[in-house]
Design a protein around this ligand. Structure first.
Ligand code: SAM
Length: 215
């Protein structure tokens, strides 16, 4: 039987589910379980795609337990599929001054509410920019960024740069059946399986892989 979530994790889950986002409760619990399992690996936890902080709060809670940092990367301009005319567009996230979509302020508010700001290093920039500077080993990487044709490949490049053997890679919104959701996250997982990762666990659309070789 799975362990009962700690009080801190329960509080984080409550806040996460009250924050705009796409992870379901069962997936967040799995995310916490996998990230906790990775804490013994060297380096920080890394998240690609923070949005308003739903998964960030859960990962930061896990990181804080081990005095690790969560590095959370997002340009905060929204993914293609989160902007008009798509149904995931959230008009409340349009900055009234600039008229542009911007989720950074909400992320910062979420982390302040959780008291977790000092456990998160936020990188506000594109994943391609981040790929050019991120080098040190990471214990865990979550890919939950853009689902267009290009962005996931930069996310995967970052995971390949950062995860040594034994490192864990979680990918969100993976659907084997195209009727259930977009293809790019599934293609990214398939590519990772050809690039030295092996399947470890699965909870709904959250697939976790472990790095078994550095090809
Ligand atoms: C699905 S949302 C992340 C959801 C978040 N993990 C949660 O739990 O709510 C995807 C995020 O990826 C970001 N994103 C999309 N393409 C990106 C890119 N090329 N570089 C950096 N961030 C990107 C978007 O701004 C968006 O906030």
């Amino acid at each position: 039987m799975p362990a009962k979530p700690s009080r801190k994790l329960e509080q984080a889950l409550e806040l996460a589910l009250a924050t705009p986002g796409f992870f379901e409760r069962e997936e967040l619990l799995e995310l916490a379980r996998i990230a906790t399992a990775a804490l013994g690996n060297p380096g920080p936890l890394v998240e690609l795609g923070s949005y308003c902080g739903r998964s960030t709060v859960v990962l930061a809670t896990v990181a804080a337990q081990a005095s690790k940092q969560l590095i959370s990367i997002d340009h905060h301009r929204g993914s293609e599929e989160m902007l008009p005319p798509f149904p995931y567009f959230e008009p409340a996230l349009v900055d009234p001054f600039s008229g542009r979509f911007d989720s950074l302020g909400t992320l910062v508010e979420t982390l302040d509410l959780a008291g977790l700001r000092s456990s998160v290093t936020m990188i506000v920039g594109g994943n391609r920019q981040a790929a050019s500077v991120l080098r040190s080993p990471a214990a865990f990487v979550l890919i939950d960024g853009g689902h267009d044709q290009i962005s996931p490949w930069w996310d995967l490049k970052i995971a390949l740069q950062l995860l040594p053997r034994g490192g864990l890679l979680a990918l969100h919104d993976v659907f084997e059946d195209p009727r259930d959701g977009g293809r790019p996250p599934y293609w990214t997982m398939t590519a990772a399986l050809h690039l030295g990762f092996a399947p470890l666990s699965r909870q709904r659309s959250l697939a976790t892989l472990v790095r078994v070789s550095e090809v």
